[in-house]
Design a protein around this ligand. Sequence first.
Ligand code: TMP
Length: 220
Amino acid sequence: MAHTARGCFITLEGGEGAGKTTHVQSTADYLRQQGIDVITTREPGGTAVSEAIRAVLLNPDLPDMHADTELLLMFAARNEHLQRKIIPALEQGQWVICDRFTDATYAYQGYGRGLLLERIAELERWVQGELRPDCTLLFDLDVEIGMQRVRQRSVDQAVGIDRFEREQAAFFNKIREGYLMRAQASAGRFHKLDAAQPVEKVRQAIIEVLDTVLQQWRQA
Ligand code: TMP
């Protein structure tokens, strides 16, 4: 049945090595099987300009970037991404699945770097207006397991460790706590998944969430 409403905005969040990127494609595939027109994207990134900003943000040769600069670059990349890609897609009725969004800014720059949450909220209001994700899947994982997975991936795929992945466990533990606090504060939007489980179990848990979101969207 054709649905003329705005598309749903779904974000995937979590610490390093939590496996969310693995699930972006299978989530989109499942939704397509249900007849949904869906695009996948990521932050920071998703457009040519935002990917160029991403390259600066993740560059391990720029270790001493000021935390405020990092925050502003995240929102600069986000503005471009929203204006050029996410908002037009949602307005055409497409669903958007985004690997990370503003919850990552609260978790990493707010809880991780220690920047004022109110400052992040100001930028969020400026750049996003009223736009917030409709549904957020939080991949929760023990920090040591996540760091181990990142190291293994770097060996298996012969890829370097980026500027964030070089941080220590204490930083990632603050991020995990930050995400969990945000999930508790917005329990209706967040769905916490145990990312230590095998991939297929996590996938099943995601499908359960998607079925509920689909049902609500079709009734809207
Ligand atoms: P990823 O593609 O591996 O998730 O890499 C993106 C990195 O950027 C990851 O370490 C988290 C970080 N990040 C922030 O610090 N703040 C943000 O707002 C976003 C979107 C990502």
